[in-house]
Design a protein around this ligand. Structure first.
Ligand SMILES: NC(=O)c1ccc[n+]([C@@H]2O[C@H](COP(=O)([O-])OP(=O)(O)OC[C@H]3O[C@@H](n4cnc5c(N)ncnc54)[C@H](OP(=O)(O)O)[C@@H]3O)[C@@H](O)[C@H]2O)c1
Length: 347
């Protein structure tokens, strides 16, 4: 058995539930604040520590979360988390995660990492895209919840998927697994993201006056989420991300060739089969979903259309990058790791 258990906080307003002690590192970041917001009302979790960066000299509160969570964010000291938490969520830049996760794992804690540090299995790819990661620790699992339940349950280190890969893979994997995609044909992933996907530090590209009223493509063929998607799909993709003037949300437009003569019903059946028991995937068929339908939720909505010849499929997949693309999926994975209902704290 794991050591996840569990203290019962005296007078806890949520009643006599077993509570798992959780810490959030990176609690002042976009994903970290979302983690705090969701975990603070999770029926089986109690937040025992929340940290900012090592550079932070003074403890601070999170004004946006007042009366939701009135704790204090303190500077990060991994050693101080040992004995205080059963699981630690890391909402940190990947180099910080690469350094800190092994320390926490060695101390017996379970870790849910939102960065890309531990996502790539191929050593050469990892060295190229995440050079701070020296090696993959034992017990690591890639946490695309809908497809990795067996690996997630016993994981010591949960590597939460990237936001673009979450939206794109949920829209493509059922078709790939059903053998409906034409082998060797290109798959085009044209994805639009709100600005919070880039984290809280403003850059020339993400600055309000650069982004407002504009749409820009960036990093064609050169985004580090490409190898993550190719690893999961087992084939190449053409991925071009775009920034749009929204604060949150991703819409992935997915264009693929089908094995010629594929009936539309086979596409529908592939989605329905893979998501029959997936509480956070909502299939909308030919009613194409929009970002607003999923903002502030852990849902991924997927719609699609097959052309008349049955040779091309167009899929739209939408998520909130900070929820299903980050904090929400991390909590969904936490729930699976600790034997809880996947929906706990999320629905
Ligand atoms: N934003 C998204 O949509 C999204 C989606 C999926 C995955 N992710 C991943 O999740 C992680 C967090 O993303 P984010 O957007 O929340 O970033 P963010 O807004 O920039 O926040 C980063 C957090 O990490 C802390 N931090 C910065 N440098 C640190 C260091 N050297 N050591 C310890 N703590 C440090 C910051 O603390 P201070 O406030 O003290 O600086 C802050 O709490 C990243 O790895 C990102 O790639 C993000």
């Amino acid at each position: 058995m794991d050591t996840q258990v569990v203290t019962e906080t005296e007078g806890d307003q949520r009643g006599r539930h077993r509570l798992i002690r959780v810490a959030v590192a990176g609690a002042t970041g976009f994903a970290g604040q979302e983690l705090i917001r969701l975990l603070s009302r999770h029926p089986h979790a109690t937040i025992t520590a929340a940290t900012g960066s090592q550079a932070t000299s003074t403890p601070r509160s999170l004004p946006a979360l007042a009366r939701i969570w009135d704790g204090t964010v303190v500077p990060l000291d991994p050693a101080a988390l040992v004995g205080k938490a059963d699981a630690v969520f890391l909402g940190l830049p990947e180099a910080a995660s690469a350094e800190i996760a092994p320390v926490l794992l060695d101390a017996g804690l379970r870790v849910i990492d939102l960065s890309g540090a531990f996502r790539l299995r191929d050593e050469a790819a990892r060295a190229r895209w995440y050079p701070a990661t020296k090696a993959l620790p034992a017990g690591v699992a890639y946490g695309l919840t809908e497809f990795e339940l067996e690996a997630i349950r016993p994981a010591r280190l949960l590597s939460n998927p990237g936001c673009y890969p979450t939206a794109s893979l949920l829209g493509l994997l059922p078709l790939q697994r059903a053998g409906l995609l034409q082998p060797g044909a290109d798959i085009v992933i044209d994805a639009k993201s709100g600005i919070s996907g880039a984290g809280k530090a403003p850059t020339e590209r993400t600055h309000f006056s650069e982004n407002h009223g504009s749409v820009a493509a960036y990093n064609p063929f050169g985004h580090r989420h490409t190898p993550e998607m190719e690893q999961a799909l087992g084939r190449g993709v053409t991925f071009v991300p775009h920034l749009v003037p929204l604060d949150r949300g991703i819409l992935a437009s997915l264009y693929a060739r089908l094995v010629p003569g594929t009936p539309a019903a086979a596409v529908t059946a592939a989605f329905e089969r893979d998501y029959a028991h997936a509480p956070f995937v909502r299939l909308t068929g030919d009613l194409l979903p929009e970002i607003k339908h999923v903002a502030h939720t852990n849902f991924c909505d997927i719609g699609w259309k097959v052309d008349e010849a049955g040779s091309r499929v167009f899929v739209v997949s939408v998520i909130d990058n900070l929820v299903k693309g980050a904090a929400g999926q991390a909590i969904q994975n936490f729930n699976v790791m600790f034997g809880l209902d996947q929906k706990a704290g999320l629905l």
